[in-house]
Design a protein around this ligand. Sequence first.
Ligand code: ADP
Ligand code: TYD
Length: 211
Amino acid sequence: MGNQTGLFVVLEGMDGSGKSTHLAYLQRLFETKGRSVRLTREPGGSEFAEVIRQQVLFAPMGPWTEMLAVAAARRDHLEKTIWPALARNEVVLCDRFSDSTWAYQVRGRGLPEAAALSLESWVLTDGRGPDAVFYFDLPPEVSFERRAARASASGETAVDRFEQEDLGFYGRVRQGYVEAAARRGSKSHWIDATQSIEKIQSKLQAMISNI
Ligand code: ADP
Ligand code: TYD
C-alpha cells in the first residue's frame, strides 16, 4: 500500500450475496492482525447519508434523483467517516460503494455511463477511493431465494424499492458488476458467491494477505 495510511476495502454484490456475513469475517481477520476496523455501509455511514438512505430505499423518486442522492450521500460519508478513519490508519470495511451506482443506476435503471463516471470523479476529487473491492457474484435467482429465506426467518416484511425489481433488472445489475470489476483491474477480487461460506472465507483469507 506504499506510504498511504489505512486501507479502504469495499464489498459489492446483490442482496443475499453474503456481504454482511463476510464483512463480519473480514473484521475478525483484520482485528486478529492488530488492525482497528471501521465497519460502514452505503447509502449511509454518516448522519446525513443515513437520512438519504431512508429516502432512497423507501420514498418514490425518479432515477436521476436516486443517482444524485446516492452521490451526495457518498461525498458526506467520505468526508465524515471514511477519510478520517483512513487518516487514523484504520481499515475501512464498506458494504457497497460507487460500483453499486454503476450496477443499479447505470445498468439497472439505464442512466448514462458518462454521468456516473463524472459524478464519481467529482465525489472523489480531493480524496481517495477504494484500495480493494470484493465482488460477490450470484445468479439473480439465488439472490431472490436467499432474500426470501432471510425474510421468512427474521419476520421482516418491509420491501424497499430495489427489492421490488424483477429478474431482468438484476440480470443487468450483475452484468454491471462484471464491467465495474474489469475497470478496477488489480484492485478487483471476484468471488463466486454460490460456494460454501467456509470456502469463500478461506479464499478471502488468502486474498487479504496479498493486499
Ligand atoms: P447480504 O449482506 O449481501 O445481503 P447476507 O450476508 O445477509 O448477504 O446473506 C444473506 C443470507 O444468505 C444469510 O441468511 C446468509 O446466512 C446466507 N448466505 C450467505 N452466504 C452464503 C453462502 N455462501 N451459501 C449459503 N448461504 C449463504
Ligand atoms: P441494502 O439493504 O444496504 O443492501 P442489500 O440489498 O445488499 O441488503 O440496500 C441498499 C440498496 O441501495 C441496494 O438495493 C442497492 C442500492 N444502491 C444503489 O442503487 N446505488 C448505490 O450507489 C448504492 C450504494 C446502493
